[in-house]
Write a protein that binds this ligand. Structure first.
Ligand SMILES: NC(=O)c1ccc[n+]([C@@H]2O[C@H](COP(=O)([O-])OP(=O)(O)OC[C@H]3O[C@@H](n4cnc5c(N)ncnc54)[C@H](OP(=O)(O)O)[C@@H]3O)[C@@H](O)[C@H]2O)c1
Length: 288
């Protein structure tokens, strides 16, 4: 029986992680929501980790635009608190699976980023998450796993797919940017991949890319959400990012390569479109 501590258990990914782990007889789960374990308290973190074989950190400052004017607060959670968690894991002998982001990369490339690509974040959130990655890799050289994900959607929380369905209910057309490439990723599929990694104790430590295979633009993602939900995809209109300015700059090309899963004996995550079809069929894509 593997004892797993999930931090950020009340979030979109954390909720799915707890569900996947709880459904397996191989795991005992401690589901720590923020009210149970505030990661900003190093003492609380040091007390919570012992007794667990694996810690999966799904907690984060996830307000990408808000981080632009609150970078130190974002870094306190996405960087410093991750260092506390990694130190506690090192002290107790637990493996740490830490969830990170494509935003640690510049997104200026034109072919999928390998796990070894040099990080170069272009916004404050990406910089804050990079601090966390570096803490995991340096404090847990043989028991720290950084799994970068991107473009998450799921049943529990605000996300792009849910927003599209909400807008579809009140507008005849929806404008969506068509010049940013990425990999829409179902949080439940990522949760299953993380649990597979937790089940592979001989997997080499280091960086993995936890995104769906294939790629599309936000416009393509929105069209697929419409079509799979029985709505006319022609109601989605493509626009350039310049027509939808946001406080934090976004990478133009957030497509990640998945080669390193093979070293852990695991398959990469499935194609984004077939996974989205499964998520819609499962009722995990709802207006919100
Ligand atoms: N969503 C995406 O598209 C996306 C893309 C790339 C990477 N990621 C990464 O994926 C991971 C999961 O993201 P998500 O979308 O599931 O995020 P989420 O729904 O925003 O969940 C984050 C969780 O962290 C909790 N939290 C905040 N401050 C905390 C603290 N001080 N101590 C303990 N917990 C705290 C939040 O609790 P409250 O609900 O109480 O605030 C929330 O439950 C994160 O590492 C994120 O950076 C997400």
């Amino acid at each position: 029986m593997t004892k797993v501590l999930v931090t950020g258990a009340g979030g979109m990914l954390g909720s799915d992680l707890v569900a996947v782990l709880s459904s397996s007889p191989s795991f005992t789960v401690t589901a720590a929501r923020r009210a149970d374990l505030d990661l900003l308290s190093p003492a609380a973190v040091a007390a919570a980790v012992p007794g667990h074989d694996v810690v999966i950190n799904a907690a984060a400052w996830t307000n990408v635009d808000g981080a632009e004017t609150a970078e130190s607060a974002a870094t306190a959670l996405n960087g410093d608190a991750v260092a506390s968690l990694a130190s506690a894991c090192a002290a107790s002998g637990a493996r740490l699976i830490h969830v990170s982001t494509d935003y640690v990369l510049s997104g200026s490339g034109s072919s999928p980023y390998p796990e070894s690509a040099p990080p170069a974040p272009i916004n404050a959130y990406g910089r804050s998450k990079l601090v966390g990655e570096q803490a995991v890799l340096s404090l847990l050289p043989s028991a720290g796993y950084v799994v970068r994900t991107a473009w998450l959607y799921g049943a529990h929380g605000r996300n792009f797919a849910a927003t599209m369905l909400r807008l579809a209910a009140s507008r005849s057309t929806v404008n969506v940017v068509d010049d940013q490439q990425g990999q829409p990723t179902w949080s439940l599929a990522l949760a299953r991949q993380l649990v597979a990694l937790a089940s592979a104790p001989s997997a080499p430590a280091g960086i993995y890319h936890g995104t769906a295979s294939g790629s599309t633009t936000w416009y393509g993602f929105a069209q697929a959400v419409f079509a799979l939900s029985g709505l006319d995809p022609a109601r989605v209109r493509p626009i350039p990012s310049a027509e939808f300015p946001l406080p934090a700059p976004r990478p133009a090309y957030s497509v990640l390569g998945h080669d390193r899963w093979a070293s852990a004996g695991l398959a990469p995550m499935a194609d984004w479109h077939s996974t989205l079809a499964s998520a819609v069929a499962a009722g995990a894509v709802r207006a919100g």
